[in-house]
Each structure stands twice: as structure tokens, then as C-alpha cells.
Design a protein around this ligand. Structure first.
Ligand code: PSV
Ligand code: MN
Ligand code: MN
Length: 427
């Protein structure tokens, strides 16, 4: 299944006059506020969000999994699915692989497939939260933090192997999420677990190529329910500071305790120059259950306000950070869901770019709380979707990615090609 440019153009033509009307109306409104919408559109065009290989199939819960059909059965098909997304929105130009779920048999052929779809390889992810077939030692009681040096060695070697796979594909970063921790008080010595993890991470760090980064992801709980070795941004930052300049903190939206002020965490990490980037998702309760922006769009916007501010302060372009979706759930078509997630990210980014920073700072300096809130909420309440659509159209994408996905019956085509009952590899 491939989407041709003429199909996108034809579909765009059929809705262009309506879109132009909405865009002109918004341009006028923004013009009155001295906001240059072309600058925002250009920023949106440059913003790329990586797609994780594990989000392309229907996720499951521990109670069950309901296959949606037509899911990718191989790494090639995963790359092809991301190619479909990127053709539609031109904003999903890379894929993040998880080893050993996604072992490339032949790097050259998978690279040439990715090139043909205008895709790059984003961070590679290691997996020491599951035991693999024929593995010598079990990760039941931890991996990089394990009390037994032989288990730690195995986990370190796995991470170094992941770097090798990534190198062959042109990735530039290793992403580490550790499930290590304990389920009951007394089970683990916190300090020993930290120090073992640090030593293991130092060995992995030493194996990083010169132009690589390692992203250290934190998560408060699950699968361990009493303590997690890298439980919060503070622990993650501590590891990164001890490791060196090639290690940065990765923020996954779903990995915080309830009501955490994530935007403040982001501001602090950016102030220290240690934000690697994001795993975007949303949740009512925890982890990565739901589509980005589906529950707390205002929080997402406030995070982007800090991101925009932090990038400006550090004089760093958006593409020097790692932006990725990390969500996987049970009831939607995964590709439609990813299109919704990318759109939600771009909407929040566009809204954050509307904020008048000078006015906001003035209001803050004068302790004008009402005005400060109003400046943010004016931006948040602006319907910026015409800007997002225009940025996709200008890059050769669709004005209405989900509409076109449905018109072209992409899922049916994939089911015809791959079968109605499929299990995406790795999930
Ligand atoms: C587990 O919580 C998790 O969702 C982490 O967010 C990782 O980034 C992802 O799995 C892949 O290992
Ligand atoms: Mn994550
Ligand atoms: Mn997660």
C-alpha cells in the first residue's frame, strides 16, 4: 500500500477553498495582534515527530488484546506504515526501533526502504524488561541494577549491541527505559541499586559513538509497585550529570505521579541544558494509555510554552531535541490514532508560538496575574488548526490526513495485504 502524491493533491483540491477561507480568517485575526502566521507555519513544517515501532499495532492490556487487522508483521511493514503516516502529514519523518523486537536482518535494504519513504531512524531502544528466548540470565529481579554482576553484564552487553544496530541504520541515540525496582519494602537496597545502575550506565556510555547521545527515561512506577530505580526527573538528572554531556533526561508524559507539574520540570531541565526530548502521550491515570492531547490539552500547551521559551533561551532549534510519540492502546486504528497525536502536538506547538513573550514577561514583572493568565489562555483558545493544515499542505501532505486515510480505505487495503487477524511483531 502506497499513497501517491496525486491522491493527496486531488483530495486537497476538493477541500481547498474551505481551507483557504478558514486560513484567511485566522491570518486576519493574527495580523491584528502583529503575529506573523508564516513564521509559525514554517516552524510547524520543520517540526518532526518520531513514530515508535511499537505503536503501529493495537496495544493490549493484561486482560486481553483485540487485533485490529492489517497490522505490520515485520520491520519492513512497520517502516511502510510510518511511510504512510509521513506521506499524509509530512510531520512523521522517522521511526524509532526497539531491539530485539525490530532486529534488522539487512541494514542496507531497510535503509533503502526508509530512504524511499523519506524516513530516518530515530533513537534505538533497548529492552531489559523482558527475558528473551535462550537468554542466559533472567531480568526478573532487575537488569542494570541487578545484585548479580553476571546479569548486569548481560544487560550492558545488550545495550551495546543495540548501539551497534543503531549505528548501522544511522541512528544517533540510545534510549534507555529501565523497569528495575522493587515490589516490596525491604526487597532492594536503594543505594546499591542506584550505584549498580550507575556503573552499568557508565559502561554503556563508554561505548557510545562520539556523535551519539543516551537518553535516560524515568518512570514513577510499574512494573515495580514499591520502588523504581529511575523513578523521577531528579534521579534521571543525577544519572545524567554523573555520566557526562552525552546523557540527557527523557520526559515521558505518562511517567509522573498524579498532578505533577510537568511544565515546571521541563523548564528546569532546559535551564540546565539536560532535556533530551519527549515521549508524548496522554492519560487519565498513568503511563501511555491514551492519544496525545485527548485528556489534558491545556497541560500540553503549557509544556510547549516552556519548550518554546527554553529553545529560544538556549538558542537551539526544535530539531536538536528528540520528539516522539509513545502511546499504544486498545480500541482505535493505530495509524489514525498516531495521526491524531501528531496533530495534537502541532496544535499545541502553534498555540505556544502565539504567546506574546514580552507582554507575558511584563505582566509577570508587575505581578499582574490576571493579565498573565489571559495572555496564555488567549493563545490556547485560538483555533490554530488552519495553520497546522497549511503547514502539511505546503510540505506536500494532506489538509485532512484522517479524512484521506479513510477515503482511500487504507486499513482495508492493509488487511487485504496482510490479513484480518495480525499480531504486530514485538507486542
Ligand atoms: C514503558 O512504560 C514504556 O512505555 C516506556 O515509556 C518506554 O519508553 C517504552 O515502554 C518502550 O520501552
Ligand atoms: Mn516512553
Ligand atoms: Mn511508558
Amino acid at each position: 500500500m502506497k499513497i501517491d502524491q496525486y491522491q493527496i493533491d486531488q483530495h486537497n483540491d476538493s477541500i481547498l477553498s474551505r481551507h483557504n477561507g478558514q486560513l484567511n480568517f485566522l491570518n486576519e485575526q493574527l495580523g491584528e495582534q502583529d503575529i506573523n502566521s508564516n513564521e509559525i507555519i514554517n516552524a510547524l513544517k520543520a517540526f518532526q515527530v518520531a513514530i515508535p515501532s511499537w505503536a503501529l499495532g493495537t496495544g493490549g492490556t493484561r486482560f486481553g488484546r483485540f487485533s485490529g487487522g492489517g497490522e505490520p508483521r515485520s520491520l519492513e511493514e512497520k517502516v511502510e506504515d510510518v511511510g504512510l503516516l509521513h506521506a499524509l502529514n509530512r510531520s512523521s519523518g522517522s521511526i524509532s526501533l526497539h531491539i530485539p523486537w525490530d532486529i534488522p536482518q539487512q541494514a542496507e535494504s531497510i535503509i533503502s526502504l526508509a530512504n524511499s519513504l523519506d524516513l530516518k531512524f530515530d533513537a534505538v531502544n533497548s529492552n531489559t524488561f523482558q527475558d528473551q528466548k535462550d537468554q542466559a540470565h533472567s531480568y526478573k529481579f532487575g537488569s542494570l541494577s541487578h545484585v548479580d554482576p553476571a546479569v548486569r553484564k548481560q544487560a550492558v552487553e545488550h545495550n551495546i549491541e543495540v548501539i551497534r544496530y543503531g549505528k548501522d541504520l544511522g541512528s544517533k541515540s540510545l534510549s534507555i527505559w529501565l523497569s528495575d525496582g522493587s515490589c516490596f519494602p525491604g526487597q532492594s537496597n536503594f543505594v546499591r541499586a542506584f550505584q549498580n545502575t550507575l556503573e552499568s550506565l557508565q559502561e554503556i556510555y563508554a561505548a557510545l559513538p562520539a556523535d551519539w547521545k543516551v537518553y535516560v527515561e524515568y518512570k514513577a512506577y510499574e512494573p515495580n509497585f514499591y520502588s523504581t530505580v529511575i523513578q523521577d526527573w531528579g534521579s534521571s538528572l543525577l544519572f545524567c550529570q554523573k555520566l557526562g554531556p552525552k546523557a540527557d533526561v527523557l520526559v515521558d508524559l505518562g511517567h509522573h505521579l498524579p498532578n505533577a507539574n510537568i511544565e515546571q520540570i521541563v523548564a528546569t531541565l532546559m535551564m540546565e541544558g539536560r532535556l533530551a526530548g519527549f515521549h508524548f502521550n496522554d492519560s487519565k491515570y498513568g503511563d501511555d494509555d491514551l492519544t496525545v492531547g485527548s485528556i489534558r490539552p491545556y497541560m500540553l500547551f503549557l509544556i510547549f510554552v516552556e519548550l518554546v521559551e527554553g529553545m529560544k533561551r538556549a538558542n537551539r532549534a526544535a530539531d536538536t531535541y528528540a520528539w516522539m510519540i509513545d502511546a499504544s492502546h486498545n480500541v482505535k486504528d493505530p495509524l489514525e490514532d498516531l495521526l491524531q497525536s501528531v496533530e495534537a502536538i502541532l496544535i499545541s506547538y502553534a498555540q505556544a508560538l502565539l504567546v506574546d513573550r514580552n507582554k507575558l514577561e511584563q505582566a509577570r514583572m508587575q505581578n499582574d496575574v490576571v493579565l498573565a493568565q489571559q495572555i496564555l489562555q488567549n493563545a490556547f483558545r485560538t483555533d490554530v488548526r488552519p495553520l497546522v493544515r497549511e503547514s502539511m499542505r505546503m510540505s506536500g501532505g494532506s489538509l485532512d490526513p484522517i479524512g484521506l486515510f479513510r477515503d482511500l480505505k487504507v486499513r482495508n487495503e492493509l488487511m487485504n495485504e496482510r490479513g484480518r487477524v495480525t499480531v504486530a511483531t514485538g507486542l
